[in-house]
Design a protein around this ligand. Sequence first.
Ligand code: ZN
Length: 784
Amino acid sequence: MLRGSAARHAFSIALLSAAISTAAVPVPQTYFGHPIGADRQLLDWDKVVSYFQALARSSDKIRVAEYGRSAEGRPMIVATIASPETLRNLDRYREIQRRLADPRITSRTQAEPLFKEGKNIVLLTCSIHATEVASTHSAVEFAYRLITENNPRFQEILNNTILLLVPSLNPDGLDIVTRWYRSTLGTKFEGTSPPELYQKYVGHDNNRDWYIFSQPETRATVSQLHNVWHPEIVYDVHQQGAYASRMFIPPWLDPAEPNIDPILMQEMNAVGTSMAADLTAAGKTGIAIHAAYDFWSPSRHYQAFHAGLRILTESASASLATPLVVTPDQIDQDALGYKPREKSWNYLQPWLSGVWRLRDIIDYQEAAFDSLLHYAAVNREDMLRKFYQIGADQVGRASPAAIVIPKDQRDPGAARRMLQTLAFGDVEISRDDTGDTVIPMRQPYSGYAKSLLERQQYPNLLLYPGGPPQRPYDVTAHTLPLLFGVDVKFVDQTLLQKTSAADLRDPPPRASYSASDTDAWQAANRWWSSGINVWRSDAGDFANRAQPGWHEVRRPRIGLYKSWNADIDEGWTRWLLEQFGFAYTSLRNADIQAGNLSAHFDAIVFPDETPNAIENGRAPGSMPPEYTGGLGSKGAEALREFARTGGVLIFLNRASDYAIGALGLRAKNAVAGVPPQEFYCPGSLLNVTLDLRDPLTRGLPQDIAVWSEASPAWNADADGGIAKYPDSGVLASGWLLGEKRIAGKTALIHEKYGAGNVVLFGMRPQYRAQSYLTFKLFFNALLL
Ligand SMILES: [Zn+2]
């Protein structure tokens, strides 16, 4: 009796604890107070974080860690999901990945047992673009299902893979969009995008940051997840427009960047096609493959240069969480690579109309998560072998043998920053006996270094023979030596010099700097902020004490125009000014229209925006009235007065065309209205020759490359032209169609206006935080 009771008691405790641990896993609907994906419901980041923490407390299949902070200080979290057995031995699996990632330290014989023992590492990242709201919801619900549904398929996934699930790569943006959405619910603006950037500095360009690593979210993800775990697969979840396919899945379109390993490309084709088959089998229609998205710029895919597959899906969007009714006539006639109204081999079941809601997007995404993870689980050992082989191919590269960065550089600050950036991307950097810096190609990520250090030759892709160019998905050049103004040499001979690890630390501050040294600008701002006076020579050198013949320069009072268009280039400009220590004030339309600008500012900067966006802003009725309108005639008059009375007006790229109209300048844009068949430059580096007599060019060499992207080019005899395209050989890196349209034309104008100055940039001198060479043109303009 006693014995029986004790036995029953023990049994019931075992049952009870099993029951508790299952019952304690919080159900999303209960936790969030509504079903996931319900119409007109979005999530808050703090609640998402606490939900994942609650999952980790209630299940031994998931661990949750904060791995960094966002630009506005929100926690970034990763959930590690695998079988309890795997989670208990995470250090061992991380060590296996480290060994397989570097064939120099692991022979094939040593690798063999690791292929059997290791797990397939899948990093799944959600909602980097915050208006693409669905995937954070999918992450919440899928994590819950994966750890609670005891089916054989999920068991196989948990046993064979380690899922690193990042529910949002952009938690600031998540809250910005949720807040805006709630504030517009029930109004005619419900479902619109917020009138501010959804990442503090770079908005949508946050997925163009993956080799320059400017933002804290990118830096944390690369340094704490990619470079620690070396995932075999990184699946980045996005949304696209509402009126074509329901979901895009790789294969990608041409071109593929030539340094990406062909094994990796083939595996992406295989995984993507397998996912498309699974979604089709699950009854999901409107699946497009081999469409719309190419595989060129490393700014969007770090992992593909680090032996990891990049899987992208792009789901059709609803109006944030508001259902969208799509009628047949709204479906696009044409898309890149397929016709959304017609069947084709890569679009077998067109989706032609219906109600499309957040819940639909989540259903497709969870089916895609499931499919990808199951593929990773079933093909675990095979994928680990190929991962190792990709590394072996990189290490075995025959040519070049090395890339050398000679020690004597015109701009030592920019050279150091370029190398720091490469080192952050896991490139090993050495220094030889002569003091030159050497990047040997016998290393696992040699293709990554080579891609970023060589000139790009983007293929001449037309939509059809004689037709317009096929638009690249992003830009076409990423040549860091041209952007940074650094000399490099590709060498093929075996290196005989002894090498040691290069020291890339920042040097201690000095009392004076050459005009050509990027470091000078941070030093000057540091001195100004500490109340130290700053002197400059005619050549543009800086010092913190008086020198014969030099003149004192005051810290510029900078105004930065900020429209209601959530302009990404405005964010990049703000970021750049802050990085270099400049003080600035953001100016809204009303601030400029109020006039008397000379009393407060020495220079006013207009980031890249169209003339119409600056002059008229958002149309009345398209947004709540406080976010509509532009500078109008009152703003233009205030700018004219500012320049007449001695101010400096600086216009970047397309904003220059606004200036020509508003200020009545004589310059004419030679490429305005020219069709793309005749002139096309979708983000490339172009050669120009500078007029070194102009103070804007202080510290620069005569021949440089500038970033051109929808950029104006002015008539050769324009007043104040100081950067000229050559008569031939205009392209330095990337893609350019119709060079004769701009050959001999002007890319930079500096002219007097009353007592002041106007500077027009026919380029993006502060391009995505990486054009260090032309930063100096921009900074010099601030000090005119
Ligand atoms: Zn996106």
